[in-house]
Design a protein around this ligand. Structure first.
Ligand SMILES: C[S@@+](CC[C@H](N)C(=O)[O-])C[C@H]1O[C@@H](n2cnc3c(N)ncnc32)[C@H](O)[C@@H]1O
Length: 371
């Protein structure tokens, strides 16, 4: 006969009270499948597995009703649920690590009698964010050759190129003399052997003389800068040509442009509140803006990259390599992913997005600014 554990033993091993276990039984969350001869609750291996899952979600801050939906979800099996739990725990660990780093910095500053500004208190959303999430970056963030070709073409005949917010260097042209600038130590450490030399600095104050470079480039980084206009002016100061790939969040329809943000993650719009208009960004470098279409099979896994491959957003590794998911917080992420999963299995996503599945490229607000 299968071995069972008594309620007292389970409570002791799990570090919860017998009362809690009784309550879970009463509300049908974890029902022990047997009783001892004396009428006490007895838990099988399967019951214990379910309890472990419930307790882990509880420690992550889920409510009991929400947990019941998760553990009873017929669309997932035990392995899928364990994977998901693992992802949530890793994410919580990463967020806690980012907060600890930020608090340590503030404590150091206070010990020296320096009061941190509100901006500094929020720097975990910039370089420190990448010190935390950066290790997940290379899994899906690689050079997209068709977009790289646009950037390299815009660099013209520049021989010396500064790459600002360079990350792991995905868009650095292989045939020029490149210097990289990257504030996150984690990102710098992941630059491949033989990559261009990299300076630890921020766009807003570039440690170079005026006109040092033929060109300065920045790819998918301006939206992380504390002061995008100041950073772009710095690029303009140190280089004769400026090439930037960034987002246009100023046209009237930008919130509805991408189905993921529109239908599942409206919190995305909050991340760009106060973001300068495309006209202001372009004016800071004195240049022009051109749309960059995103191919349906884009090789670089940025937020919009999987616009025609919606299942990809269900993958933890895809989400962890994109800062948006960390910035909106775990609740919004969980809700968006659950709802997308439901819509994919019910056919609702396909129904709503009938018009895009036949497209090979999409205009989702990516812009190439050239000056
Ligand atoms: C999405 S990654 C892009 C990296 C790289 N350009 C690429 O396309 O692979 C954004 C990068 O901007 C960097 N970053 C954040 N704040 C910055 C700042 N103030 N100045 C320069 N880079 C910054 C981050 O550390 C991160 O490496």
């Amino acid at each position: 006969m299968e071995e069972h554990l008594t309620v007292g033993r389970v409570a002791e091993l799990a570090g919860v009270s017998v009362r809690t276990l009784h309550h879970y039984d009463e509300i049908g969350l974890v029902r022990p499948s047997a009783r001892t001869a004396g009428g006490y609750r007895a838990y099988s291996a399967d019951d214990v597995e379910r309890l472990r899952e419930v307790l882990a979600h509880r420690r992550l801050g889920f409510g009991l009703r929400e947990i019941a939906d998760l553990v009873d979800d017929p669309a997932t099996d035990a392995v899928a649920r364990l994977r998901r739990l693992r992802g949530l725990l890793l994410e919580q660990r990463d967020r806690a690590a980012a907060m600890v780093t930020a608090i340590d910095k503030e404590l150091e500053a206070r010990a020296m009698g320096i009061r941190t500004t509100p901006e500094e208190q929020l720097t975990m959303f910039g370089a420190q964010l990448y010190d935390t999430i950066g290790s997940a970056y290379p899994a899906t963030r690689q050079t997209e050759p068709r977009i790289a070709a646009r950037v390299w073409d815009a660099l013209g005949d520049a021989r010396t190129v500064l790459n600002v917010g360079a990350g792991t260097g995905s868009y650095e042209p292989p045939d020029r003399d490149v210097t990289a600038v990257e504030p996150s130590a984690v990102m710098r450490a992941q630059r491949p052997a033989g990559a261009a030399p990299c300076v630890a600095a921020e766009a807003e104050s570039l440690p170079f003389e005026d006109g040092t470079f033929d060109a300065a480039m920045a790819f998918s980084t301006v939206h992380h800068w504390r002061d995008p206009i100041a950073g772009l002016r710095e690029m303009r100061r140190v280089a004769r040509r400026v090439v930037v790939v960034t987002y246009d969040a100023s046209d009237a329809n930008w919130r509805d442009r991408f189905w993921l943000a529109r239908d599942y993650l409206p919190e995305f719009a909050d991340l760009l509140v106060g973001w300068p208009s495309l006209a202001d960004l372009t004016r800071a470098i004195g240049g022009r803006a051109e749309p960059v279409l995103i191919p349906w099979d884009c090789a670089d896994g940025f937020f919009e990259a999987y616009w025609r491959r919606p299942e990809a957003y269900l993958e933890e590794s895809v989400r962890r390599a994109v800062s948006v998911w960390t910035r909106v917080g775990p609740e919004a992420e969980r809700r968006a992913v659950d709802s997308l999963r439901d819509d994919l299995s019910s056919g609702r996503w396909a129904e709503r997005n009938r018009d895009i599945v036949a497209l090979d490229t999409a205009e989702l607000g990516l812009r190439l600014l050239v000056a």
